[in-house]
Write a protein that binds this ligand. Sequence first.
Ligand SMILES: NC(=O)c1ccc[n+]([C@@H]2O[C@H](COP(=O)([O-])OP(=O)(O)OC[C@H]3O[C@@H](n4cnc5c(N)ncnc54)[C@H](O)[C@@H]3O)[C@@H](O)[C@H]2O)c1
Length: 382
Amino acid sequence: MAQREIRFGVIGCGLMGREFASAAARWSHLLEMDVRPRIVGICDADPKTFGWFQDSSPDIKIATGDYQDLLNSSEIDAIYCAVPHNLHERIYIDIINAGKHLLGEKPFGIDLEANARVMDAVRAHPEVLVRCSSEFPFYPGAQRVIQAIQEERFGRILEVRAGFLHSSDLDPRKPINWKRRIATNGAYGCMGDLGLHVLHAPLRAGWAPRNVRAMLTNVVTHRPGPDGAPALCETWDNALLSCEVASGEQAFPMLLETKRIAPGETNTWYLQVYGTEFSAEFSTKYPKTLRTLPYAPGDEQAWRTLDLGPASCYPTITGGIFEFGFSDSILQMWAAFCDEIAHGDAMRQPFRCATPNETAQSHRVFTAALASQAQAQVIAID
Ligand SMILES: NC(=O)c1ccc[n+]([C@@H]2O[C@H](COP(=O)([O-])OP(=O)(O)OC[C@H]3O[C@@H](n4cnc5c(N)ncnc54)[C@H](O)[C@@H]3O)[C@@H](O)[C@H]2O)c1
C-alpha cells in the first residue's frame, strides 16, 4: 500500500524520545496503514543521546542542540517533544507557531498558566494538529471499557476509579532527578507527571470533575543528589483525589490516584467503572484480561473474566492469541496521531490522542487539588 510519509523531528531524546523512535522503526507491525512517520531530525541538550538514534533511525539528517534548527527546516512536518515540564510552554508554543504538527508530552505546560498560553497558540493555529501523549487507553482492555462507556451500558453509574501506580520510588536510595524538583517538574508533583494518564479516558467520556478533595503526600523528602549528598526532594509523591462528576442526568463519585510510591506496583494503570446494569475493570497489571459484570435485577452477581487478544484500534500482524504490551500501546498512539494528521476527522478509527482541551481540563483539576490540599477543603472546579 502506498504510504504518505510524515517527516518528524524529535525534541528530547531521552526515555520517551527513544520509545517513539522504536515505534517508528517497527511501523511494519501495523497493517494497512496509508501513512508512516520518518524521523529526519533530532534535538537534545545532551549530544550523547544522538548515537542510539542515529544507529536506529537511518534517515536522520539533522542532529542539533538547538530545537530552532528543526523548526526552521522545510523538511520537517511534525515534532514529537518529550522534554522536562518547565520547557513545555516555550518549546510547544514555538513548534505550533512554526506551523509544525505537535505530539507533546504531558502535562502540557508546567502549570495552569503555562498551559493556558499553549492553548492560546493552539487556537491561533487551527491548521496544525496538536495532541498530547497518553498511551494507556490504547490497550485493548481499556478500549473495551471506553466502548462500554460510549454505549452507555452501565445503567446508573455508581462509581468510577482510575489510577496510575508508578514504578517504585519506595527505595529512598534512588537518586534525585528533574521529576523530583518543583522547578523542572512543577508543583503538581506526581499529578503533573502521571495525572493525564488517569484523566484521559474519564475526560473523553465527558466526566470532568466539578469539585475535588485532594490528599497529597511527600513521603521521601530527600534523595541522593549528583554528589551523593542528600538533596531536597520537593514534589508530591502520591495523590488521592476524591471528585464529584455530573454528566447528563448522572452524578457520581470518581476516585483518582496517582502514586510514585505504591509498594509492589510497576506502571500499573487501571480504569474501573461500576454501574447498576454493568461494571467493567481493566488494569495493565493483567494486560490481557478484561473483567465485566453484567447485571439485571435478580441475577447472581458474578464477574466474568475474558482474556483478550491483541484486538487494537489499528490492526497488526500479531496473532490473535498473543498479548498486548506497553510498546504496543505506544505504537497504537502513534498510529492514531499520524492517521489524524493524514485524515483529520476521517481517520480510520475514532479514538484520537488526548486533545489540548483535555490537558486544559486536567490542569484545572490539578490546580484545584493543590488548593484543596493547602486548605484541607473541597474545591469547586469551573
Ligand atoms: N507518555 C509516557 O508514558 C511518559 C513516560 C515518561 C515521561 N513522559 C513525559 O515525557 C517528557 C520527557 O520525559 P522523559 O522521561 O523522556 O525524560 P528524560 O529526562 O528521559 O528525557 C528528557 C530529555 O530532554 C532533554 N532536554 C533537556 N533540555 C532540553 C532542551 N532545552 N532542548 C532539547 N532537549 C532537552 C534531556 O537532555 C533529556 O535527554 C515529560 O514531559 C514526561 O512527563 C511521558
